[in-house]
Design a protein around this ligand. Structure first.
Ligand code: NDP
Length: 499
Protein backbone atom coordinates (compact mmCIF):
# COMPACT_ATOMS: atom_id res chain seq x y z
CA UNK A 1 0.00 0.00 0.00
CA UNK A 2 2.77 2.42 0.90
CA UNK A 3 4.14 2.67 -2.62
CA UNK A 4 0.88 4.35 -3.66
CA UNK A 5 1.14 7.16 -1.11
CA UNK A 6 1.64 10.69 -2.43
CA UNK A 7 4.91 12.10 -1.04
CA UNK A 8 4.13 14.86 1.46
CA UNK A 9 5.45 18.28 0.38
CA UNK A 10 8.06 19.95 2.59
CA UNK A 11 5.84 23.00 3.08
CA UNK A 12 3.00 20.79 4.30
CA UNK A 13 5.24 19.19 6.91
CA UNK A 14 6.52 22.62 7.93
CA UNK A 15 2.95 23.91 8.33
CA UNK A 16 1.99 20.92 10.48
CA UNK A 17 4.93 21.65 12.80
CA UNK A 18 3.94 25.28 13.38
CA UNK A 19 2.57 26.47 16.72
CA UNK A 20 -0.73 27.74 15.25
CA UNK A 21 -2.41 30.62 17.02
CA UNK A 22 -5.59 32.48 16.16
CA UNK A 23 -5.31 34.76 13.14
CA UNK A 24 -6.12 38.23 14.44
CA UNK A 25 -5.27 41.46 12.64
CA UNK A 26 -3.04 39.57 10.27
CA UNK A 27 -0.91 38.02 13.03
CA UNK A 28 -0.85 34.70 14.79
CA UNK A 29 -2.02 35.32 18.35
CA UNK A 30 -1.95 33.03 21.39
CA UNK A 31 -5.08 32.50 23.43
CA UNK A 32 -5.23 33.80 27.00
CA UNK A 33 -5.36 30.36 28.62
CA UNK A 34 -2.89 28.80 26.18
CA UNK A 35 -4.95 25.60 25.76
CA UNK A 36 -4.39 23.50 22.65
CA UNK A 37 -6.46 21.09 20.55
CA UNK A 38 -4.91 18.02 18.93
CA UNK A 39 -5.41 17.62 15.19
CA UNK A 40 -5.36 14.04 13.92
CA UNK A 41 -4.81 12.21 10.67
CA UNK A 42 -7.97 10.09 10.26
CA UNK A 43 -6.06 7.50 8.23
CA UNK A 44 -3.89 6.61 11.22
CA UNK A 45 -5.42 8.30 14.27
CA UNK A 46 -2.08 10.00 14.92
CA UNK A 47 -1.78 13.59 16.11
CA UNK A 48 -0.28 15.61 13.25
CA UNK A 49 -0.58 19.14 14.59
CA UNK A 50 -2.18 21.24 17.30
CA UNK A 51 -4.19 24.47 17.20
CA UNK A 52 -5.24 27.10 19.70
CA UNK A 53 -8.37 26.46 21.76
CA UNK A 54 -10.12 29.83 22.07
CA UNK A 55 -12.48 30.72 24.90
CA UNK A 56 -15.18 33.42 24.97
CA UNK A 57 -12.71 36.20 25.80
CA UNK A 58 -10.49 35.21 22.89
CA UNK A 59 -13.58 35.24 20.69
CA UNK A 60 -14.25 38.78 21.79
CA UNK A 61 -10.71 39.76 20.74
CA UNK A 62 -11.26 38.26 17.30
CA UNK A 63 -14.65 39.87 16.78
CA UNK A 64 -13.40 43.26 18.01
CA UNK A 65 -10.56 43.07 15.48
CA UNK A 66 -13.02 42.26 12.70
CA UNK A 67 -15.26 45.11 13.80
CA UNK A 68 -12.36 47.57 13.83
CA UNK A 69 -11.39 46.46 10.34
CA UNK A 70 -14.98 46.85 9.16
CA UNK A 71 -15.53 50.32 10.60
CA UNK A 72 -12.13 51.53 9.39
CA UNK A 73 -13.52 51.24 5.86
CA UNK A 74 -10.26 49.70 4.63
CA UNK A 75 -12.32 46.99 2.93
CA UNK A 76 -15.97 48.01 3.24
CA UNK A 77 -15.30 51.32 1.48
CA UNK A 78 -12.66 50.05 -0.93
CA UNK A 79 -13.55 50.47 -4.59
CA UNK A 80 -15.52 47.41 -5.77
CA UNK A 81 -12.97 46.99 -8.57
CA UNK A 82 -10.19 46.82 -5.98
CA UNK A 83 -12.06 44.18 -4.01
CA UNK A 84 -12.60 42.20 -7.19
CA UNK A 85 -8.94 42.49 -8.17
CA UNK A 86 -7.72 41.30 -4.78
CA UNK A 87 -10.13 38.36 -4.76
CA UNK A 88 -8.92 37.37 -8.22
CA UNK A 89 -5.38 37.66 -6.90
CA UNK A 90 -6.39 35.37 -4.05
CA UNK A 91 -7.54 32.80 -6.62
CA UNK A 92 -4.08 32.96 -8.24
CA UNK A 93 -2.38 32.59 -4.86
CA UNK A 94 -4.57 29.59 -3.99
CA UNK A 95 -3.75 28.07 -7.36
CA UNK A 96 -0.04 28.50 -6.72
CA UNK A 97 -0.50 26.61 -3.44
CA UNK A 98 -3.04 24.10 -4.75
CA UNK A 99 -1.10 20.90 -4.09
CA UNK A 100 -0.06 22.07 -0.65
CA UNK A 101 -3.68 22.85 0.28
CA UNK A 102 -4.92 19.56 -1.16
CA UNK A 103 -2.38 17.54 0.82
CA UNK A 104 -3.08 19.44 4.01
CA UNK A 105 -6.79 18.75 3.60
CA UNK A 106 -6.35 15.07 2.90
CA UNK A 107 -4.00 14.61 5.85
CA UNK A 108 -6.42 16.37 8.18
CA UNK A 109 -9.86 15.40 6.80
CA UNK A 110 -9.05 11.96 5.43
CA UNK A 111 -10.59 12.33 1.97
CA UNK A 112 -9.01 11.15 -1.25
CA UNK A 113 -6.25 13.37 -2.60
CA UNK A 114 -8.09 13.23 -5.94
CA UNK A 115 -11.17 14.81 -4.32
CA UNK A 116 -9.04 17.35 -2.49
CA UNK A 117 -7.33 18.39 -5.70
CA UNK A 118 -10.42 18.46 -7.90
CA UNK A 119 -13.15 19.69 -5.56
CA UNK A 120 -11.84 20.99 -2.26
CA UNK A 121 -9.21 23.11 -4.00
CA UNK A 122 -9.96 23.09 -7.75
CA UNK A 123 -13.69 23.80 -7.59
CA UNK A 124 -13.14 26.22 -4.71
CA UNK A 125 -10.75 28.30 -6.82
CA UNK A 126 -13.34 28.48 -9.60
CA UNK A 127 -15.83 29.62 -7.00
CA UNK A 128 -13.45 32.40 -5.89
CA UNK A 129 -13.16 33.67 -9.46
CA UNK A 130 -16.90 33.48 -10.04
CA UNK A 131 -17.74 35.30 -6.80
CA UNK A 132 -14.99 37.91 -7.21
CA UNK A 133 -16.88 39.23 -10.23
CA UNK A 134 -19.96 40.02 -8.16
CA UNK A 135 -18.02 42.65 -6.19
CA UNK A 136 -18.44 45.03 -9.15
CA UNK A 137 -22.01 44.04 -9.96
CA UNK A 138 -23.86 44.85 -6.76
CA UNK A 139 -26.86 46.99 -7.70
CA UNK A 140 -30.01 48.56 -6.27
CA UNK A 141 -33.14 49.74 -8.02
CA UNK A 142 -34.78 53.08 -8.69
CA UNK A 143 -38.46 53.33 -7.93
CA UNK A 144 -41.31 55.64 -8.87
CA UNK A 145 -43.15 56.51 -5.66
CA UNK A 146 -46.54 58.18 -5.10
CA UNK A 147 -46.17 59.94 -1.76
CA UNK A 148 -49.04 62.47 -1.61
CA UNK A 149 -47.75 64.88 1.07
CA UNK A 150 -47.03 67.72 1.31
CA UNK A 151 -49.12 68.75 -1.61
CA UNK A 152 -47.05 69.37 -4.68
CA UNK A 153 -43.94 67.62 -3.33
CA UNK A 154 -42.13 65.29 -5.66
CA UNK A 155 -40.02 62.33 -4.68
CA UNK A 156 -37.76 59.79 -6.15
CA UNK A 157 -36.46 56.68 -4.41
CA UNK A 158 -33.75 54.13 -4.88
CA UNK A 159 -32.24 51.20 -3.00
CA UNK A 160 -28.63 50.56 -2.26
CA UNK A 161 -26.97 47.45 -0.91
CA UNK A 162 -24.45 48.02 1.85
CA UNK A 163 -22.14 45.46 3.47
CA UNK A 164 -23.84 44.01 6.53
CA UNK A 165 -20.77 44.21 8.81
CA UNK A 166 -18.84 41.50 10.61
CA UNK A 167 -19.69 38.01 9.37
CA UNK A 168 -19.25 34.80 11.34
CA UNK A 169 -18.52 31.93 8.93
CA UNK A 170 -19.01 28.68 10.86
CA UNK A 171 -17.67 25.78 8.86
CA UNK A 172 -18.06 21.99 9.23
CA UNK A 173 -15.48 19.26 8.75
CA UNK A 174 -16.69 17.52 5.60
CA UNK A 175 -15.34 20.05 3.04
CA UNK A 176 -13.37 22.38 5.31
CA UNK A 177 -11.58 24.52 2.73
CA UNK A 178 -14.31 24.66 0.13
CA UNK A 179 -17.08 25.57 2.56
CA UNK A 180 -14.85 28.19 4.22
CA UNK A 181 -14.42 29.69 0.74
CA UNK A 182 -18.17 29.53 0.08
CA UNK A 183 -18.62 31.86 3.04
CA UNK A 184 -15.49 33.95 2.77
CA UNK A 185 -15.62 35.14 -0.81
CA UNK A 186 -19.20 36.44 -1.12
CA UNK A 187 -18.79 38.14 2.27
CA UNK A 188 -15.62 39.85 1.03
CA UNK A 189 -17.15 40.67 -2.36
CA UNK A 190 -19.93 42.50 -0.51
CA UNK A 191 -17.41 44.48 1.53
CA UNK A 192 -17.80 42.67 4.86
CA UNK A 193 -15.10 41.51 7.23
CA UNK A 194 -15.26 37.93 8.47
CA UNK A 195 -14.35 35.61 11.33
CA UNK A 196 -13.88 32.10 10.01
CA UNK A 197 -14.51 29.37 12.57
CA UNK A 198 -13.44 25.98 11.22
CA UNK A 199 -14.43 22.73 12.90
CA UNK A 200 -12.24 21.46 15.73
CA UNK A 201 -11.67 18.34 13.65
CA UNK A 202 -10.36 20.13 10.56
CA UNK A 203 -8.92 23.57 11.30
CA UNK A 204 -5.72 23.47 9.24
CA UNK A 205 -6.73 24.65 5.78
CA UNK A 206 -8.70 27.60 7.21
CA UNK A 207 -5.54 28.72 9.01
CA UNK A 208 -3.50 28.38 5.83
CA UNK A 209 -6.23 30.18 3.89
CA UNK A 210 -5.98 33.06 6.37
CA UNK A 211 -2.26 33.36 5.60
CA UNK A 212 -2.82 33.23 1.84
CA UNK A 213 -5.49 35.93 2.09
CA UNK A 214 -2.77 38.25 3.44
CA UNK A 215 -0.37 37.17 0.69
CA UNK A 216 -3.04 38.22 -1.84
CA UNK A 217 -2.97 41.75 -0.43
CA UNK A 218 -6.29 41.70 1.43
CA UNK A 219 -5.72 44.01 4.41
CA UNK A 220 -4.95 42.57 7.85
CA UNK A 221 -8.01 42.24 10.07
CA UNK A 222 -10.46 41.77 7.19
CA UNK A 223 -10.22 37.98 7.55
CA UNK A 224 -9.63 36.55 11.02
CA UNK A 225 -9.51 32.86 11.85
CA UNK A 226 -10.80 31.50 15.13
CA UNK A 227 -10.01 27.96 16.22
CA UNK A 228 -11.73 26.45 19.23
CA UNK A 229 -14.54 24.16 20.27
CA UNK A 230 -17.97 24.73 18.82
CA UNK A 231 -19.66 24.53 22.21
CA UNK A 232 -17.41 27.33 23.54
CA UNK A 233 -15.85 29.41 20.77
CA UNK A 234 -18.60 28.71 18.23
CA UNK A 235 -21.32 29.58 20.67
CA UNK A 236 -19.58 32.78 21.83
CA UNK A 237 -19.14 33.80 18.20
CA UNK A 238 -22.75 33.10 17.25
CA UNK A 239 -24.04 35.15 20.19
CA UNK A 240 -21.59 38.06 19.91
CA UNK A 241 -23.49 41.34 19.48
CA UNK A 242 -20.91 42.77 17.05
CA UNK A 243 -21.51 39.95 14.60
CA UNK A 244 -24.02 41.15 12.00
CA UNK A 245 -24.45 37.98 9.96
CA UNK A 246 -23.87 34.29 10.60
CA UNK A 247 -23.36 31.92 7.73
CA UNK A 248 -23.45 28.41 9.16
CA UNK A 249 -23.07 24.95 7.64
CA UNK A 250 -23.45 21.86 9.82
CA UNK A 251 -25.99 19.75 11.61
CA UNK A 252 -29.64 20.72 11.94
CA UNK A 253 -29.36 20.46 15.72
CA UNK A 254 -26.51 22.96 16.03
CA UNK A 255 -27.99 25.08 13.26
CA UNK A 256 -31.06 25.62 15.43
CA UNK A 257 -28.88 26.61 18.40
CA UNK A 258 -27.06 29.09 16.19
CA UNK A 259 -30.34 30.42 14.80
CA UNK A 260 -31.70 30.99 18.32
CA UNK A 261 -28.53 32.85 19.34
CA UNK A 262 -28.75 34.96 16.20
CA UNK A 263 -32.36 35.96 16.72
CA UNK A 264 -31.58 37.14 20.26
CA UNK A 265 -29.33 39.82 18.73
CA UNK A 266 -31.32 40.17 15.50
CA UNK A 267 -28.19 38.98 13.74
CA UNK A 268 -28.93 37.96 10.16
CA UNK A 269 -28.30 34.27 9.51
CA UNK A 270 -28.31 31.60 6.88
CA UNK A 271 -28.17 27.90 7.70
CA UNK A 272 -27.11 25.12 5.36
CA UNK A 273 -27.96 21.96 7.28
CA UNK A 274 -28.33 18.25 6.93
CA UNK A 275 -30.01 16.16 4.28
CA UNK A 276 -31.42 12.68 3.77
CA UNK A 277 -31.48 12.92 0.06
CA UNK A 278 -33.51 10.65 -2.20
CA UNK A 279 -32.35 9.28 -5.52
CA UNK A 280 -35.25 8.03 -7.65
CA UNK A 281 -34.28 5.55 -10.35
CA UNK A 282 -36.95 4.77 -12.93
CA UNK A 283 -37.23 1.49 -14.80
CA UNK A 284 -35.81 2.81 -18.09
CA UNK A 285 -32.39 3.54 -16.59
CA UNK A 286 -29.67 1.04 -17.58
CA UNK A 287 -28.55 -0.96 -14.53
CA UNK A 288 -24.91 0.04 -14.96
CA UNK A 289 -25.78 3.75 -15.08
CA UNK A 290 -27.93 3.43 -11.96
CA UNK A 291 -25.11 1.70 -10.09
CA UNK A 292 -22.54 4.31 -11.11
CA UNK A 293 -24.90 7.11 -10.08
CA UNK A 294 -25.56 5.56 -6.69
CA UNK A 295 -21.85 4.97 -6.06
CA UNK A 296 -21.03 8.57 -6.92
CA UNK A 297 -24.00 10.02 -5.09
CA UNK A 298 -23.66 7.86 -2.01
CA UNK A 299 -19.98 7.21 -1.45
CA UNK A 300 -18.23 10.42 -2.55
CA UNK A 301 -16.22 11.70 0.41
CA UNK A 302 -17.32 8.56 2.28
CA UNK A 303 -20.89 9.82 2.20
CA UNK A 304 -19.93 12.81 4.35
CA UNK A 305 -21.72 15.17 1.98
CA UNK A 306 -24.84 17.06 3.01
CA UNK A 307 -26.29 16.50 -0.45
CA UNK A 308 -25.24 12.82 -0.67
CA UNK A 309 -27.75 10.32 -2.00
CA UNK A 310 -28.59 8.24 1.04
CA UNK A 311 -32.05 6.89 0.15
CA UNK A 312 -32.30 4.98 -3.12
CA UNK A 313 -35.76 4.41 -4.57
CA UNK A 314 -35.42 1.95 -7.43
CA UNK A 315 -38.26 0.93 -9.72
CA UNK A 316 -39.26 -2.61 -8.78
CA UNK A 317 -38.51 -3.87 -12.30
CA UNK A 318 -34.79 -3.11 -11.79
CA UNK A 319 -34.52 -3.31 -8.01
CA UNK A 320 -32.81 -6.67 -7.64
CA UNK A 321 -30.36 -6.12 -10.48
CA UNK A 322 -29.33 -2.67 -9.28
CA UNK A 323 -28.96 -3.77 -5.65
CA UNK A 324 -26.95 -6.83 -6.63
CA UNK A 325 -24.61 -4.78 -8.82
CA UNK A 326 -24.32 -2.02 -6.26
CA UNK A 327 -23.45 -4.47 -3.50
CA UNK A 328 -20.79 -6.10 -5.68
CA UNK A 329 -19.34 -2.70 -6.62
CA UNK A 330 -19.31 -1.56 -2.97
CA UNK A 331 -17.63 -4.78 -1.84
CA UNK A 332 -14.95 -4.37 -4.49
CA UNK A 333 -13.90 -0.88 -3.31
CA UNK A 334 -10.40 -0.73 -1.85
CA UNK A 335 -10.09 0.94 1.51
CA UNK A 336 -7.09 3.11 2.26
CA UNK A 337 -5.67 6.47 3.25
CA UNK A 338 -6.67 9.53 1.25
CA UNK A 339 -3.01 9.99 0.32
CA UNK A 340 -3.07 6.55 -1.34
CA UNK A 341 -3.91 7.29 -4.97
CA UNK A 342 -5.45 3.86 -5.51
CA UNK A 343 -7.74 3.81 -2.45
CA UNK A 344 -11.42 4.18 -3.29
CA UNK A 345 -12.85 4.50 0.21
CA UNK A 346 -10.99 6.62 2.72
CA UNK A 347 -11.39 7.13 6.45
CA UNK A 348 -14.19 9.07 8.05
CA UNK A 349 -13.14 12.29 9.68
CA UNK A 350 -12.93 11.14 13.29
CA UNK A 351 -13.27 8.22 15.68
CA UNK A 352 -16.50 9.86 16.84
CA UNK A 353 -17.94 9.88 13.31
CA UNK A 354 -16.80 6.28 12.73
CA UNK A 355 -18.58 5.20 15.92
CA UNK A 356 -21.68 7.18 14.99
CA UNK A 357 -21.89 5.57 11.54
CA UNK A 358 -21.33 2.06 12.94
CA UNK A 359 -24.03 2.72 15.51
CA UNK A 360 -26.48 3.65 12.76
CA UNK A 361 -25.64 0.43 10.89
CA UNK A 362 -26.30 -1.56 14.08
CA UNK A 363 -29.58 0.24 14.68
CA UNK A 364 -30.55 -0.56 11.10
CA UNK A 365 -29.85 -4.26 11.69
CA UNK A 366 -31.80 -4.21 14.95
CA UNK A 367 -34.70 -2.55 13.17
CA UNK A 368 -34.82 -5.41 10.67
CA UNK A 369 -32.76 -4.16 7.72
CA UNK A 370 -30.53 -6.55 5.76
CA UNK A 371 -26.91 -5.66 5.03
CA UNK A 372 -26.01 -6.65 1.46
CA UNK A 373 -22.57 -4.98 1.38
CA UNK A 374 -20.12 -3.76 4.00
CA UNK A 375 -21.72 -3.01 7.33
CA UNK A 376 -18.61 -2.88 9.49
CA UNK A 377 -15.40 -1.03 10.35
CA UNK A 378 -12.38 -2.98 9.05
CA UNK A 379 -9.87 -4.07 11.66
CA UNK A 380 -7.09 -1.60 10.87
CA UNK A 381 -5.80 1.69 12.26
CA UNK A 382 -7.74 4.79 11.22
CA UNK A 383 -11.44 5.62 11.11
CA UNK A 384 -12.60 3.45 8.22
CA UNK A 385 -16.07 2.04 7.54
CA UNK A 386 -16.69 -0.29 4.59
CA UNK A 387 -19.16 1.08 2.01
CA UNK A 388 -22.49 -0.29 3.10
CA UNK A 389 -25.73 -1.08 1.29
CA UNK A 390 -28.87 -2.06 3.20
CA UNK A 391 -32.29 -3.26 2.05
CA UNK A 392 -35.57 -4.36 3.66
CA UNK A 393 -35.76 -1.10 5.53
CA UNK A 394 -39.02 0.06 7.05
CA UNK A 395 -39.66 3.65 5.94
CA UNK A 396 -40.53 4.77 9.44
CA UNK A 397 -37.22 3.59 10.91
CA UNK A 398 -34.08 5.44 11.93
CA UNK A 399 -31.93 4.51 8.96
CA UNK A 400 -34.42 6.09 6.56
CA UNK A 401 -35.19 9.14 8.67
CA UNK A 402 -31.88 10.30 10.13
CA UNK A 403 -28.77 11.64 8.44
CA UNK A 404 -26.02 9.03 8.86
CA UNK A 405 -23.30 11.10 7.16
CA UNK A 406 -21.24 8.11 6.19
CA UNK A 407 -20.94 5.54 3.37
CA UNK A 408 -24.33 3.96 4.01
CA UNK A 409 -27.03 3.59 1.35
CA UNK A 410 -30.51 2.24 1.95
CA UNK A 411 -32.31 0.90 -1.12
CA UNK A 412 -36.07 0.55 -1.46
CA UNK A 413 -38.33 -0.46 -4.37
CA UNK A 414 -41.22 1.60 -5.75
CA UNK A 415 -43.96 0.87 -8.27
CA UNK A 416 -45.39 4.20 -9.43
CA UNK A 417 -44.10 7.77 -9.79
CA UNK A 418 -46.66 8.88 -7.19
CA UNK A 419 -45.28 6.40 -4.69
CA UNK A 420 -41.70 7.53 -5.41
CA UNK A 421 -42.70 11.17 -4.84
CA UNK A 422 -44.50 10.33 -1.59
CA UNK A 423 -41.55 8.34 -0.23
CA UNK A 424 -38.98 10.91 -1.37
CA UNK A 425 -40.86 13.67 0.46
CA UNK A 426 -41.50 11.58 3.56
CA UNK A 427 -38.56 13.08 5.45
CA UNK A 428 -37.96 16.05 7.71
CA UNK A 429 -35.17 17.17 5.36
CA UNK A 430 -35.25 18.85 1.96
CA UNK A 431 -31.76 19.64 0.74
CA UNK A 432 -31.38 17.75 -2.53
CA UNK A 433 -32.76 14.93 -4.63
CA UNK A 434 -32.20 13.28 -7.98
CA UNK A 435 -34.47 11.77 -10.57
CA UNK A 436 -33.05 9.27 -13.04
CA UNK A 437 -34.96 8.66 -16.26
CA UNK A 438 -35.06 9.70 -19.89
CA UNK A 439 -38.84 9.83 -19.78
CA UNK A 440 -39.42 13.54 -20.23
CA UNK A 441 -42.95 13.54 -18.94
CA UNK A 442 -41.89 11.66 -15.80
CA UNK A 443 -39.21 14.32 -15.22
CA UNK A 444 -41.66 17.16 -15.76
CA UNK A 445 -44.17 15.48 -13.46
CA UNK A 446 -41.80 14.55 -10.63
CA UNK A 447 -39.40 17.49 -10.38
CA UNK A 448 -41.96 20.14 -9.28
CA UNK A 449 -43.34 17.74 -6.65
CA UNK A 450 -40.04 17.12 -4.88
CA UNK A 451 -39.54 19.16 -1.73
CA UNK A 452 -35.83 19.94 -2.04
CA UNK A 453 -33.63 22.94 -2.77
CA UNK A 454 -31.83 21.17 -5.62
CA UNK A 455 -33.13 18.43 -7.91
CA UNK A 456 -30.72 16.81 -10.34
CA UNK A 457 -31.87 14.81 -13.33
CA UNK A 458 -29.64 11.89 -14.35
CA UNK A 459 -26.87 12.99 -12.00
CA UNK A 460 -26.41 13.51 -8.30
CA UNK A 461 -24.16 15.97 -6.43
CA UNK A 462 -22.73 18.39 -9.04
CA UNK A 463 -22.81 21.97 -7.78
CA UNK A 464 -21.97 25.16 -9.60
CA UNK A 465 -21.27 28.61 -8.16
CA UNK A 466 -24.00 30.06 -10.39
CA UNK A 467 -26.65 27.63 -9.13
CA UNK A 468 -28.35 28.49 -5.82
CA UNK A 469 -27.84 25.85 -3.12
CA UNK A 470 -29.72 25.40 0.14
CA UNK A 471 -32.55 23.53 1.75
CA UNK A 472 -36.27 23.23 2.27
CA UNK A 473 -37.73 22.11 5.61
CA UNK A 474 -35.15 21.07 8.27
CA UNK A 475 -32.31 21.43 5.76
CA UNK A 476 -31.89 25.10 6.40
CA UNK A 477 -32.67 28.71 5.78
CA UNK A 478 -31.40 30.73 2.82
CA UNK A 479 -29.37 29.94 -0.26
CA UNK A 480 -25.68 30.04 -1.05
CA UNK A 481 -24.13 30.59 -4.51
CA UNK A 482 -25.25 32.82 -7.37
CA UNK A 483 -26.05 36.49 -7.12
CA UNK A 484 -28.04 35.89 -3.93
CA UNK A 485 -24.91 34.73 -2.12
CA UNK A 486 -23.45 38.23 -2.21
CA UNK A 487 -26.77 39.91 -1.49
CA UNK A 488 -27.01 37.74 1.65
CA UNK A 489 -24.08 39.72 3.04
CA UNK A 490 -25.70 43.11 2.45
CA UNK A 491 -28.36 45.24 4.06
CA UNK A 492 -30.89 46.83 1.74
CA UNK A 493 -31.37 50.55 2.28
CA UNK A 494 -34.19 52.57 0.72
CA UNK A 495 -33.31 56.18 -0.02
CA UNK A 496 -36.16 58.60 -0.63
CA UNK A 497 -35.35 62.07 -2.01
CA UNK A 498 -37.82 64.92 -2.02
CA UNK A 499 -37.27 67.58 -4.64
P1 NDP B 1 -21.88 20.46 13.98
O1 NDP B 1 -23.15 21.02 13.49
O2 NDP B 1 -21.72 20.15 15.41
O3 NDP B 1 -20.66 21.42 13.58
C1 NDP B 1 -20.65 22.37 12.54
C2 NDP B 1 -19.85 23.59 12.96
O4 NDP B 1 -20.51 24.23 14.06
C3 NDP B 1 -18.45 23.27 13.48
O5 NDP B 1 -17.57 24.31 13.16
C4 NDP B 1 -18.67 23.21 14.98
O6 NDP B 1 -17.50 23.41 15.72
C5 NDP B 1 -19.63 24.38 15.16
N1 NDP B 1 -20.41 24.34 16.39
C6 NDP B 1 -20.68 23.28 17.18
N2 NDP B 1 -21.44 23.68 18.24
C7 NDP B 1 -21.67 24.99 18.08
C8 NDP B 1 -22.41 25.96 18.81
N3 NDP B 1 -23.07 25.65 19.92
N4 NDP B 1 -22.45 27.23 18.36
C9 NDP B 1 -21.81 27.58 17.23
N5 NDP B 1 -21.08 26.70 16.50
C10 NDP B 1 -21.02 25.42 16.90
O7 NDP B 1 -21.60 19.18 13.14
P2 NDP B 1 -20.65 17.98 13.57
O8 NDP B 1 -19.35 18.36 13.07
O9 NDP B 1 -20.69 17.62 14.99
O10 NDP B 1 -21.35 16.79 12.80
C11 NDP B 1 -22.50 16.16 13.35
C12 NDP B 1 -23.46 15.80 12.28
O11 NDP B 1 -23.84 16.98 11.58
C13 NDP B 1 -22.89 14.92 11.21
O12 NDP B 1 -22.90 13.59 11.56
C14 NDP B 1 -23.82 15.24 10.08
O13 NDP B 1 -25.00 14.51 10.24
C15 NDP B 1 -24.11 16.71 10.24
N6 NDP B 1 -23.26 17.56 9.40
C16 NDP B 1 -23.81 18.15 8.32
C17 NDP B 1 -23.02 18.92 7.50
C18 NDP B 1 -23.57 19.60 6.30
O14 NDP B 1 -22.83 19.90 5.38
N7 NDP B 1 -24.84 19.91 6.26
C19 NDP B 1 -21.60 19.09 7.73
C20 NDP B 1 -21.11 18.47 8.93
C21 NDP B 1 -21.94 17.73 9.72
P3 NDP B 1 -16.72 22.14 16.34
O15 NDP B 1 -16.44 21.22 15.22
O16 NDP B 1 -15.50 22.79 16.86
O17 NDP B 1 -17.62 21.56 17.36
Amino acid sequence: MTQNLVPVLGEVNAFLQKQHGLLIDGKSASTRAGKRIDVRNPATGEVISTVADADAQDVDDVVQASHRAFTSGVWSKARPADRERMLLKLADVLEAHAEELAQLETLNQGKSIHISRAIEVGAAIEYVRYMAGWATKITGETMDVSIPVPEGARYTAYTRREPVGVVAGIVPWNFPLMIAIWKLIPALAAGCTIVLKPSTETPLTALRLGELVLEAGIPAGVVNVLTGRGSVAGQALASHPLVSKISFTGSTEIGKTVGHAAVDNMTRFSLELGGKNPMIIFGDVPVEKAIQGAMMGGFLNQGQVCAAASRLYIHRSKFEQVVEGLAAAADSMTVGAGMDVTAQINPLVSARQQQSVCKYIDIGRQEGATVVAGGYAPDMPGYFVRPTVMINVDHSKTLVREEVFGPVLVAMPFDTPEEAIRLANDTPYGLAASVWTNDLSAVMHVVPEIQAGTVWVNSHIPLDPNMPFGGHKQSGVGREFGRGAVENFTELKSVCIAY
